[in-house]
Ligand binder design. Sequence first.
Ligand SMILES: Cc1cc2nc3c(=O)[nH]c(=O)nc-3n(C[C@H](O)[C@H](O)[C@H](O)COP(=O)(O)OP(=O)(O)OC[C@H]3O[C@@H](n4cnc5c(N)ncnc54)[C@H](O)[C@@H]3O)c2cc1C
Length: 490
Amino acid sequence: MNNSEKIYDVIIAGSGMGSLSAAALLAKKGLNVLIIEQNYLPGGCTSSYWRKGFVFESGATTLVGLDKNQPLRFLLNEIGVELNAKKLDLPMQVRLKNGKTINRFEDINQWICEAERVFGKQNQKEFWLECFKISQFVWQTSLQQTRFPFGNLSDFLHSISKLNINQIKFLPYVFTSIAALIKKRKLNHNQEFIDFINAQLLITAQNNMHEVNALFGAASLCYTNYGNYYLDGGMIELINPILDYILSKNGEIIYKEKIENVDFHNDIYHIKTQKNEYKSRYFISGIPLNNTIEIYKNSKQNKFKNKILKSEKLNSAFQMGIGFWRKKEYQTIHYQLHLPKPLPYINAQTIFVSLSANTSTNRADIENQMVASVSTHWENLNLSIENFDKTIVENFIIDFLISENFFDRNDIIYTHASTPKDWEKWTGRKYGFVGGYPQFMKTKPWQMVEHRLDNHKAYIVGDSTYPGQGIPGVTLSGIIAANKLLADHF
Ligand SMILES: Cc1cc2nc3c(=O)[nH]c(=O)nc-3n(C[C@H](O)[C@H](O)[C@H](O)COP(=O)(O)OP(=O)(O)OC[C@H]3O[C@@H](n4cnc5c(N)ncnc54)[C@H](O)[C@@H]3O)c2cc1C
């Protein structure tokens, strides 16, 4: 029987971290899973690819979630996979416009001393201790409330049964913005601090302090206060072991086939790519909601009508990969750099730079060569930028990195850059939007996209669903969707 005739238990659209998390947990339960991926590589925005002698990251570069009570740790423990991950001594360095350098130490007390050194003693301690306490609560609760947001009575009853006094105590933070938390500590006139906070929130919550609620915002701001890890060969070393596990459980993956249509009749999902038709009892979409509703017309379009974000609310990225000669040792691998003036055309105020580690030998074919991944937000995908010249942006970034002593011009061996159009091609994501749905104050956690796509057996995971962005968030979305599917039907 060829795989077009076979009826799979579950077919999953895309092989991003959201998809793989759900696939691994369902494969563990004995379901046979087929993943259909339009690209030639697995992982989507969490992956690595070889080009011109270098291994570049496809998107994500920072890795958290491997500590106790965190989603990735839970997933890996469940499937018995251990990563060869190294913990970073210093998770990140931030450099402000005025030349000040801030080391984002993992230890909360060391971090508070550093924040006081840079931003002044007033209320830094109180602000960060409150954020840290909230973030600990968020991590702990994430793996307790595994049917959240509730889509039916059973989810609701499950959530109530897991409810504890702590969860009620922290509820008001959902109605409070990070801006309000800052004001409460009288830090709202400290412009340097505000710029720092907004830039940190943009990379972790996709929005600014007025739009990010204190519950999620505090967890975002404290992500450097947990174990931050590094994989020698890049993010593909996270993807491959999970995929190997799925394949070892009779799972399958097909590359270079794009799902164009999903139909449900006779209790079976009929999934059409440009080449074949596949059938399954359950369907999981690992692609954004904006894409999903286009390929699956029977999905609960009404339920999602007010949840789908339009292009003007979504972000993409301008990203550069740079291969260069290693001439020195670096203090850490991740840097958020505030720019002296906004990036041409895109107007971004900061860039994020991730290097291959001093000790890495497998990110370049030739010894003593290394890579830098540079990315920045490209906001409002509704705006077309006239006469956009990519070279001007690339040169601006390179000149700036040279001025910040990352390398000399002569050390550069190879560069390439991508825009929203390239993201759309690489990931198939509508408008080329990446990084997930931004957080907004008006969207409370229980109003975010719920995983059930229809009244039958279809679900959605990934960074347009709750709980949203980043590897920890999409891993959690996969865990929750797998839980809901199993609770609904087994
Ligand atoms: C520049 C950048 C930097 C980032 N930095 C970080 C970071 O440092 N740390 C962090 O935790 N997160 C980071 N993120 C966010 C993180 O990478 C993503 O949120 C996460 O990887 C998204 O996973 P996903 O499963 O939702 O979807 P995706 O990774 O987008 O996966 C979707 C998959 O589906 C495939 N696909 C799409 N359409 C179809 C179709 N019709 N048929 C078949 N296959 C299809 C795509 O090819 C893709 O492989 C970053 C993102 C970007 C873009």
